[in-house]
Design a protein around this ligand. Sequence first.
Ligand code: ZN
Ligand code: ZN
Length: 275
Amino acid sequence: MTKTNLLRVTQMNAIFLDTEIEKSLRLIIQEACKHLSPGLIAPIEPEINLLLRFGILKNSVLNKGSTFGQQLLNIQYENMTCTKAILYLLLNCLDYVKTRCEFSRPSHYMNNKLFKIYVIFKILDFINISVFLKTGTKPRLTERILGLNQVYRDESSPRTFQSKYMTRELLWNGFIEIIVYLLPLINYYKLKRFVRYYNPLYKRKTYTSVIQGREFTVNTKCAHCNENPILPHHMGCSHIFCYVCLKGNLAADSKYECPICEHRNPNVLCDKVNK
Ligand SMILES: [Zn+2]
Ligand SMILES: [Zn+2]
């Protein structure tokens, strides 16, 4: 039987899933501990994270020979032995040493050394990813160190690349991006005014009787943003606006009407309120 080559995207997805699983479990622990006193959990946070990772890897790689992300995608390590599994677990828990040292002795010279080792690991990781992109095997540095290969768990059902899902996803993303960009550009007041203007059944409000009643008190709210007006201004009716609210709306729509009483007086567009 010929061996089906694992897709790079499947291997990357497995890594992504593993990260997300760990993140969501960490979040659950944080939620559970959030009502405890603040100084209680913070000092042992690296240990909690270590235990969590240890638990995840013990139940996945050590017991089943593949990570949870790989199990979800129907892949596994081909040549996993007990020794390799233990080494895999230890290598994945190495960053605990760095976090612990940073935590307990922030200015110790050990941290400097550890940081250098960490940088070397990161560079090696980068090289490994580049090699992976070229060859399509061993996306994780740990896998390359231990010589672990990934294969399909069930050769009869390999994951095939379905471009129709990809296209749909891309279309949706593009569509949402356009909406997010367009929505703030629509001037709803102007739109409302247009609808009102061309609606023969609409009866305009009479506002002449309320014009005299303009009063500025501590309880006055801006007719546009409903907050206490900053630099109170008016446009001829009894309602008061912030200067920015009124001026901004007039700049966007020269025929702007008061949103409460629909008043508009071309001679009084933006006047200061006299207390
Ligand atoms: Zn306002
Ligand atoms: Zn008004």
